[in-house]
Write a protein that binds this ligand. Structure first.
Ligand SMILES: CC(C)(COP(=O)(O)OP(=O)(O)OC[C@H]1O[C@@H](n2cnc3c(N)ncnc32)[C@H](O)[C@@H]1OP(=O)(O)O)[C@@H](O)C(=O)NCCC(=O)NCCS
Length: 162
């Protein structure tokens, strides 16, 4: 079996990453944009952000030397400077977390997530947040995430009922 590498994504990966983003979203929702049109929009967006020198964004991917098997992205966002203790002044948002169906439940998702969390810790982040799909909650709990009691969400102008 080919060795699976976990590595930082760069601009050259963005075409394959955009295709996988399309696959990810099409897996559970009906897409309204063609693949090629989406690619024309998504590839330049990713190229601008997924580069090692980017301050806010990182994307890590898994590949077997021939094709992508999964990815995870993190965006840092700032807090207002704080005069209290040494409270960290950055939060992180985990997004676009995906492993291809045929490779799931072998620990690859956890490897990706831990890589992203390691980077967050190295950057000194405070909260790391994400929106969990129902099936993924066990994995997040294993990696230390908890469901907060004090987080509010306002979406499309209406508070969702959980
Ligand atoms: C979530 C996901 C990235 C995890 O990757 P993975 O390689 O299967 O993860 P691991 O093998 O390290 O861990 C297995 C855990 O993944 C989660 N998982 C497995 N299949 C899943 C699926 N189809 N959908 C969502 N989560 C899944 C479960 O929490 C599972 O833990 P469990 O076996 O105790 O229930 C992958 O399953 C996936 O791409 N799912 C569809 C997209 C998705 O839900 N992304 C998360 C958005 S918040």
């Amino acid at each position: 079996m080919a060795r699976i590498r976990l590595r930082l994504a760069g601009p050259k990966d963005c075409s394959a990453l955009a295709q996988m983003r399309y696959r990810f979203r099409a897996e559970t929702e009906s897409v309204t944009e063609t693949k090629s049109r989406f690619g024309r929009r998504c590839v330049p967006w990713m190229r601008k952000r997924f580069r090692p020198q980017s301050y806010r964004w990182r994307c890590w991917l898994l590949d077997d030397g021939k094709k992508l098997l999964g990815h995870v992205c993190v965006e840092l966002f700032e807090k207002v400077p704080n005069p209290v203790n040494d409270e960290p002044e950055l939060h992180a948002y985990i997004t676009n977390f995906y492993v291809v169906p045929e490779m799931r439940s072998q620990g690859l998702g956890e490897r990706l997530l831990n890589k992203a969390l390691l980077w967050c810790r190295a950057r000194g982040t405070d909260a790391v947040i994400l929106w969990a799909t129902p099936g993924s909650k066990a994995l997040y709990r294993r990696c230390g995430f908890v469901e907060p009691i004090d987080l509010f969400e306002l979406r499309n102008g209406a508070v969702r009922q959980h």
